[in-house]
Design a protein around this ligand. Structure first.
Ligand code: PHB
Length: 363
């Protein structure tokens, strides 16, 4: 027996089950970064998850981590997302918007034509995918102290737009060496102002952004994504345990409702080489913990049996299986989506996967 598939109540929400759709970049927006009917269909097809979390959604043109990613940096982007939330709600689902700034992991050709910004001047090795194909990452420019309030305001404005778009809550992306995480960690934050140096200083931007978001939404409708032991995109800290202990203590002070915890190197290794026991953070956090990273049915059931998380998020399995919850419930076979259609294109490889019911009707 497992409670994975049972309805539950968290933070004043009634959830259909303990399974979440993990944020998945699918790069199918128009060139203005607007969602539309295609995204509405895609999310609505997956509305049987207890909680849907959208693809990482840029809060600024310069915060884009790829082309054709629907954003929330402009009021013009609200209407497209409203189609999405209406379609999900019509199916009885709940959906949070994941707010994102890619920091140095952006590119001038994706945003306003300016080099990307970061806590400290730094260039990421390797290449980024842009509308003109792969390009070398650029040297990021260190944000000036007097620019930080503007960053906080970008997140506040996007959180407000998410509300206008009818979302049920928002999740702040504070993982994977994107802007917020890059401030947290000492390998990417070499600042000497109030936003660098001590753990308290490095966590200051996260806290200020969360205060702004919570001002719009309240803590119960605010989630945070962290990857405390992961090293995706060179996210390193010399001493992650006290850093993330401090971060989770601040989340508790702020009454953040949800912690979306990536347990490893996203998509690469399930739990990474644990530099400390993540269960310490799970026990410390007072809200709902959503565990994340390459879970399968057995691992999810085991995690609930051990109570190592309140909910389990699935990412890639949701691509080819819009009715993933039902398939997992019945232990039915899963459809393997073609990775060549993960990004870009249209309905193909996006909204054209059959549910078990569709398959039964067809045979
Ligand atoms: C991530 O969080 O790892 C991530 C976010 C957005 C992307 C790709 C990866 O486009």
């Amino acid at each position: 027996m497992t409670d994975l598939f049972d309805p539950c109540e968290f933070n004043g929400f009634k959830l259909q089950n303990r399974i979440a759709l993990s944020p998945l970049t699918r790069t199918r927006s128009n060139d203005a970064g607007e969602a539309g009917p295609l995204q509405a269909l895609y999310y609505a097809q997956r509305a049987s998850a207890g909680l849907l979390i959208t693809e990482a959604t840029p809060v600024a043109p310069g915060g884009r981590g790829g082309p054709n990613i629907p954003g929330l940096w402009s009021d013009d982007q609200v209407a497209g997302w409203k189609l999405v939330t209406d379609a999900v709600h019509a199916k009885g689902g709940l959906i949070f918007s994941q707010l994102w700034h890619a920091g140095r992991l952006s590119h001038s050709s994706l945003g306003g034509g300016e080099p990307p910004v970061a806590p400290s001047a730094m260039r990421q090795p390797g290449q980024i995918f842009t509308a003109e194909g792969p390009k070398d990452y650029e040297e990021a420019r260190a944000l000036r102290t007097d620019e930080i309030p503007g960053v906080v305001e970008m997140f506040r404005a996007a959180a407000r737009r998410a509300k206008a778009a009818g979302f049920d809550g928002v999740e702040l992306h504070a993982a994977h060496s994107y802007l917020i995480d890059a401030f947290l960690r000492d390998m990417t934050n070499k600042r000497t102002d109030a936003y660098g140096g001590s753990i308290e200083n490095r966590a200051r931007l996260l806290v200020e952004v969360l205060q702004a978001i919570i001002g719009e939404w309240g803590g119960e409708r605010t989630a945070v994504r962290l990857a405390p032991i992961g090293h995706a995109y060179q996210a390193w800290d010399s001493d992650p345990e006290p850093l993330f202990t401090h971060v989770v203590e601040r989340l508790n002070d702020l009454k953040v409702g949800w912690l979306d915890m990536v347990e490893g190197d996203t998509g690469v290794s399930r739990t990474a080489e644990p530099s400390f026991d993540l269960q310490k953070l799970r026990r410390l956090f007072k809200g709902v913990v959503i565990a994340n990273n390459m879970y399968d049915r057995d691992l999810a059931i085991a995690a609930r049996a051990a109570d190592s998380a309140d909910m389990i998020a699935f990412g890639r399995p949701f691509i080819g299986n819009p009715d993933l919850v039902e398939r997992l419930r019945r232990n039915a076979p899963l459809i393997e989506a073609d990775p060549r259609a993960y990004y870009g294109g249209g309905a193909k490889g996006y909204t054209d996967f059959p549910t078990l019911e569709d398959a039964a009707a067809a045979s």
